[in-house]
Design a protein around this ligand. Structure first.
Ligand SMILES: Nc1nc2c(ncn2[C@@H]2O[C@H](COP(=O)(O)OP(=O)(O)OP(=O)(O)O)[C@@H](O)[C@H]2O)c(=O)[nH]1
Ligand SMILES: [Mg+2]
Ligand SMILES: [Zn+2]
Length: 285
């Protein structure tokens, strides 16, 4: 048996990188991990029999995201264009919530800054930097990106057409990932990247992922989400330990939103997802 990490999945073929640095294409042993579906980023044990490589076991994950599906990441770059498609606070905030909920650090990456006025980009940057988020743009220099990516596993998250693959291509001249103008007409489907894959770049690993069109809050436990939103880490406790920061008396978060200390945008986006949460019962999880 050998330790390996899954770096690419295309239907039922799993490309793994073994501990001795070899790439091999493996299949999944039926019983491996029982009902567990392997994700890119999973640490696995593989066996070799001649040229057949089989995944025998999936190790426990330190975290995982479902959209895009990936396991064991250190940070997520939320990729959002300032134009084409238009920048959406709601979408970025929903991604922040789902990513933080899985105990992954969100970082914001603004793309297509050439398509907007400088002030527009700066306004967005300010909104998130004021709340304590790291904000990058597609103009970030290699030096800065090395600082962000080196020694870490990073996943790119964002809707289709925001420029995830284009951005990766710019990080390493050896990359030639397919990219495509977004087509609103033509009905030929606008998802260019169709699988998740980890690439080695600037001293770390980064995953390109397919864009998605919806996010799922049904399995999210709202009381847990209330504790995960980075904006709400204010170093003060609400009166009730399980406060969801909605209308509870003695809620410090709401107080700080009302006095303008915390972002109203993020808070309103938070209130909007609360009714979407808690749709899956404990025993069904
Ligand atoms: N003007 C401009 N266009 C860009 C920029 N980045 C990407 N694009 C264009 O946006 C379109 C979509 O880019 P992709 O890189 O394919 O987008 P993606 O996020 O990988 O999309 P999916 O793979 O479908 O999820 C392409 O036509 C790119 O050339 C940018 O910084 N400026
Ligand atoms: Mg792509
Ligand atoms: Zn509260």
């Amino acid at each position: 048996m050998m330790k390996a990490r899954i770096i690419r999945i295309i239907s039922n073929r799993f490309t793994v990188l073994t501990e001795n640095g070899e790439r091999k294409v493996a299949v999944l042993r039926k019983k491996a991990g029982r009902a567990m579906v392997p994700y890119v980023g999973d640490d696995v044990l593989v066996s070799e029999n001649g040229s057949d490589v089989t995944i025998e076991k999936i190790e426990d994950r330190k975290n995982c995201l479902n959209r895009p599906s990936i396991a064991n990441v250190d940070q997520a770059l939320i990729v959002m264009s300032v134009k084409e498609p238009d920048f959406s606070y709601t979408l970025v905030d929903r991604l922040i919530f789902l990513i933080s909920y899985e105990n992954i650090t969100p970082v914001i990456l603004l793309t297509k800054t050439d398509l907007a006025e400088e002030e527009e980009t700066e306004k967005i940057r300010k909104e998130y930097e004021t709340s304590g988020y790291k904000v990058l743009t597609n103009r970030a220099k290699e030096e800065e990106m090395r600082g962000v990516l080196s020694g870490k596993v990073t996943v790119l998250c964002g809707q289709s057409g925001v420029g995830k693959s284009t951005y990766l291509n710019g990080l390493d001249p050896n990359f030639d990932l397919p990219t495509q103008p977004i087509s609103y007409a033509l009905g030929r489907g606008k998802h260019t990247t169709r699988h998740t894959e980890l690439y080695e770049v600037l001293g770390g690993w980064i995953a390109d992922t397919p864009g998605f069109s919806s996010l799922d809050f049904a399995p999210v436990v709202s009381k847990k989400l209330a504790k995960c939103v980075p904006d709400f880490q204010i170093g003060e406790s609400c009166r009730f330990e399980d406060c969801r920061h909605i209308k509870e008396p003695g809620c410090k978060v709401r107080e700080k939103v009302e006095s303008g200390v915390l972002s109203k945008i993020r808070y309103e986006d938070y209130l909007e997802v609360i009714p979407l949460c808690d749709q899956i019962k404990e025993w069904e999880r």
